[in-house]
Design a protein around this ligand. Structure first.
Ligand code: ZN
Length: 109
């Protein structure tokens, strides 16, 4: 199998039989592909922070608005989804109620 390698230092592109060759064929740098690995890992911090919510606690998240002051539907759906996903990931259960002021989140377990 032929692998195509691209050096992040000199942008040289070359083919090799082995995956992940030790050095770039052009500039001979051993770090030719290391940049990707060093990419910072995104630290998981929920945008809609419900981490400190205790059972039976409630928190209200105002509906997201766009620049015009209208409801941002896409972001609202996002908010709903991320809260739901957070619950699933951490084995917590949240009830979500839509109110005129925003999305009310109540932790039930
Ligand atoms: Zn190179």
């Amino acid at each position: 199998m032929i692998n195509i390698n691209i050096c992040i230092i000199c942008s040289h592109e070359w083919a090799s039989r082995k995956p992940n060759p030790k050095r770039c064929a052009n500039c001979k740098s051993p770090c030719w592909n290391k940049g990707k690995l060093r990419k910072e890992k995104k630290c998981f911090k929920p945008k809609y922070d419900i981490r400190d919510l205790n059972v039976n606690d409630e928190k209200l998240f105002p509906w997201p608005q766009n620049e015009k002051g209208n409801l941002n539907g896409r972001e609202s759906a996002n908010m709903n989804r991320s809260i739901c996903q957070y619950g699933k990931r951490h084995g917590k259960h949240f009830h979500r109620y839509g109110t005129h002021a925003g999305l009310k989140v109540r932790r039930v377990s």
